[in-house]
Design a protein around this ligand. Structure first.
Ligand code: FE2
Length: 333
């Protein structure tokens, strides 16, 4: 009798489906494909809750220990840093993570790791300007750019991280001064997405915009002819090639402190860092792979080679609060 009960229990256990529950801020189609591929390979079902980082972090705070989530995936280091500061993560103990990701692209306590890279670049109207007009982010605060600069609002974490990196490179006082000149040069009150900034450059509302590289890729390959027309009008410039390099932004992941499926969570993160997943990220979403042995897509290669800012991303996270303060002070809406 006892033996039958034991066998029944064993059978039930082995039929209980392995799962990993993901809270994700990434809003790209390729992620769905990657999860499907992971399910096929591992037999672990992936359940995804999608929302923006702020909402997900709030939800994790409220759920506390009872949260069903195992992994948090978000864009931008500011969000990863905030989740770490709130104690939401546990260290990732993985040799694969240790060996495949450069030190500057992960948390010093292994609380989170970058999955993809993107560069925050200048795009400009080719009819009016050329590469020779540009040099650095700093230069965009010069009066010659008055009324010409398009960029989204200061509550956007991509912009906050760019300013955080400038604080690290230039110091607070110089960054504040830069911000004041830069904001004065805005073509309009900040609104819309990175793609909307490109549309506004193409329609002549301003001459240049600061955007993440993959959005340009999306516009070039868009099914909508009007997006393609916008992309055709734009040139791309990688700032700060003779100094600290172009600002790099990441999407990344961490295992939650409340996770009930730590081993599965680790497997998922390791899968997302596998050559296969890195290639898919690179091809389908026009992002830069984290691993140096993986090539970028042909389209992204066409943007050109460039020097990346290799500042430690955790420093950018640490500077976030200060960056928001300085942006407010400079009246960046
Ligand atoms: Fe994005």
């Amino acid at each position: 009798m006892k033996k039958i009960a034991f066998l029944t229990l064993l059978a039930l256990f082995s039929y209980a489906k392995e799962v990993v529950n993901v809270y994700s801020h990434r809003h790209y189609d390729i992620d769905k494909e990657l999860y499907k591929e992971f399910e096929k390979e591992s037999g672990i079902a992936v359940n995804v809750v999608k929302a923006n980082a702020e909402e997900l972090i709030e939800r994790l705070k409220v759920e506390g220990k009872n949260s069903p989530a195992d992994v948090l995936i978000t864009v931008d280091v500011a969000n990863l840093y905030q989740a770490k500061s709130l104690g939401l993560f546990q260290p990732i103990k993985s040799k694969i993570v240790d060996s495949s990701v450069a030190t500057n692209l992960k948390d010093s306590d292994n609380n989170w790791v970058a999955l993809t890279k993107r560069a925050r670049v200048i795009v400009y109207n080719k009819e009016k300007l050329s590469d020779s007009n540009f040099s650095t982010y700093e230069d965009l605060a010069e009066p010659k750019w008055a009324g010409k600069v398009l960029i989204r609002s200061s509550n956007n974490s991509y912009n906050q991280s760019l300013v955080s990196s400038m604080i690290a490179h230039l110091g607070e006082a110089k960054t504040q001064k830069w911000l004041e000149g830069f904001v004065k040069n805005f073509a309009r009150e900040p609104k819309g997405s990175d793609r909307d900034q490109m549309r506004a450059v193409a329609s002549g509302e301003g001459d240049l915009a600061i955007v993440n590289t993959y959005y340009l890729g999306m516009m070039i390959e868009s099914e909508k002819q009007e997006d393609k027309d916008v992309a055709n009008k734009l040139g791309i410039f990688f700032p700060n090639q003779n100094s600290y390099g172009t600002h790099i932004n990441v999407s990344g992941a961490g295992i939650l402190a409340s996770s009930k499926n730590v081993a599965n969570a680790q497997k998922l993160i390791e899968f997302l860092l596998s050559d296969k997943a890195q290639e898919l990220f690179a091809k389908a979403n026009y992002e830069y792979p984290i691993k140096s042995n993986i090539k970028t897509s042909e389209l992204v290669k066409g943007f050109g080679e460039f020097k990346e800012d290799t500042i430690k991303l955790s420093v950018i996270g640490e500077n976030n609060k200060k960056a928001v303060e300085l942006m407010d002070k400079a009246k960046w809406k």
